[in-house]
Design a protein around this ligand. Structure first.
Ligand SMILES: [Fe+2]
Length: 337
C-alpha cells in the first residue's frame, strides 16, 4: 500500500483554496461545482500535485494500486445525518463541500472520472457509506453491520474500476476494518481447471436490497463469469451463485475460490477521519469487519464519503453511450440486463 501523510501546511493551504473557490452545491449544480473545483486544481500545493502524479504513474505502470492519503482537508462543520433518511438530510443541511471538492479534485487531477447511476441516490456523484435504519444488517452501503468479500455493484453491468473513501466522521471508540485482497494473488492460488470454470458465464449475482428498492428492473445480473480480463473479479461472497446447481465443475470451482479467498493474505485498514483510501474495485475484493464495537450507536454515526471511479477517461469513454448529459452518469432507469 502506498501511504502518504499530507503536511499540515499542504492540508491547510488546500482547505483554504477549496473554501475560497468552491461555493456551488454539487447536489444541485454538479457542472457548476466542477468549474469551481477546476479553479482549485490550478493552484495546488506542491505536495498535493506530486501525490496526484505518483498515483497516476503507479496505476499506469501497474505498480502499487492501493493508496492511503492521511490528513486530508475535510469539512469542519458536518451536519448530523441521523439514520432515517441520511441522504436527504445531507442534501438539505450540508452547506460546505470540502469533502466533495477533495474527491472531485482527485478524480480530475488523477484522471479517474467519477461514475454515478441515475437510479442510485438519484444520480449523485458523491455517495455516503452511512447507516440507514431500513438497511440495518443488510449487505448494502447503508448497513451498520459487516460486509462480505465483494466488488461494489457486482450485479450491475457498469462497475467502477476504483473506489475512493474519505473519512468524514469516524467515532474513535469503535474499530471498523476495511479488508482488501488483490485479485491476481487470489487467481494465482487457483488450479487451471478452476480458473477455466470461473471464466465461464456460469454464474449470476442478485442485486442488493438498496438497488432493488431503487430500481425494479434490478433484480439479478446477467449470467457472468467470476474471473474476467485475466485479473478482474466479479464476486459477492454468499450472493454470487451458479446458474445451474447441477453443474458440479462450476460448484467445485466456486467452493475452492471461497476457500482460497478466506486463506488469502489480507491488507487491513481502519479508515480514520481525514483519511482518503483509494483501492481497486475489480482487481481486488474488499470487506468490512467489525473488529471491536464499544458503542453501537456511535457505529451508526460513521460517515465515509465515497465515489465510484473509472481507471481513466479512456475507460470512462467506453460507456459514454449510456450517459445522461452529465459525463459519467449512467442512465440505468431503463437499462435491463
Ligand atoms: Fe463495498
Amino acid at each position: 500500500m502506498y501511504t502518504e501523510i499530507c503536511t499540515d501546511e499542504a492540508k491547510n493551504a488546500l482547505y483554504s483554496l477549496i473554501e475560497r473557490e468552491v461555493k456551488t452545491n454539487p447536489y444541485k449544480n454538479y457542472d457548476g461545482f466542477l468549474i469551481d473545483v477546476k479553479r482549485v486544481a490550478n493552484e495546488l500545493p506542491e505536495q498535493t500535485s506530486s501525490m496526484f502524479k505518483t498515483i497516476r504513474n503507479s496505476i499506469d505502470n501497474d505498480k502499487e494500486q492501493v493508496f492511503l492519503i492521511r490528513n486530508c482537508p475535510i469539512d469542519k462543520d458536518l451536519p448530523e445525518l441521523g439514520n432515517e433518511d441520511p441522504v436527504n438530510v445531507k442534501r438539505a443541511t450540508k452547506k460546505t463541500f470540502v469533502g466533495e471538492a477533495l474527491l472531485a479534485l482527485y478524480s480530475i487531477c488523477c484522471d479517474m472520472p467519477i461514475l454515478s447511476y441515475t437510479t442510485r441516490n438519484e444520480g449523485d456523484f458523491f455517495q455516503d457509506v452511512k447507516a440507514m435504519d431500513k438497511y440495518n444488517l443488510t449487505q448494502t452501503q447503508k448497513t451498520n453491520g459487516a460486509l462480505n468479500w465483494h466488488n461494489d455493484r457486482t450485479a450491475h453491468p457498469v462497475r467502477a474500476d476504483y473506489l475512493m473513501l474519505l473519512g468524514l466522521r469516524v467515532p474513535e471508540q469503535n474499530r471498523i476494518e476495511t479488508h482488501y485482497i488483490d485479485a491476481k494473488k487470489v487467481i494465482s492460488q487457483l488450479p487451471n481447471h478452476h480458473i477455466y470454470e470461473l471464466n465461464r458465464n456460469s454464474f449470476y449475482t442478485p442485486y442488493d436490497d438498496f438497488s432493488r428498492d431503487s430500481n425494479a428492473n434490478q433484480q439479478n445480473s446477467e449470467p457472468h463469469s467470476i474471473i474476467y480480463e485475466g485479473d478482474k473479479l466479479r464476486y459477492y461472497d454468499d450472493r454470487t451463485n451458479i446458474l445451474n446447481p447441477s453443474v458440479e465443475k462450476s460448484k467445485e470451482a466456486l467452493e475452492n475460490l471461497k476457500k482460497v479467498i478466506n486463506e488469502s493474505q489480507v491488507d487491513i485498514k481502519e479508515i480514520q477521519e481525514s483519511d482518503l483510501f483509494i483501492f481497486p474495485n475489480l482487481k481486488g475484493l474488499h470487506a468490512r469487519q467489525l473488529a471491536g464495537i464499544q458503542d453501537f450507536a456511535a457505529q451508526s454515526e460513521r460517515w465515509l464519503l465515497k465515489t465510484y471511479n473509472f481507471e481513466s477517461s479512456r475507460v470512462a469513454n467506453r460507456y459514454s453511450y449510456l450517459y445522461t448529459e452529465k459525463f459519467g452518469q449512467v442512465n440505468d432507469d431503463c437499462l435491463t440486463v
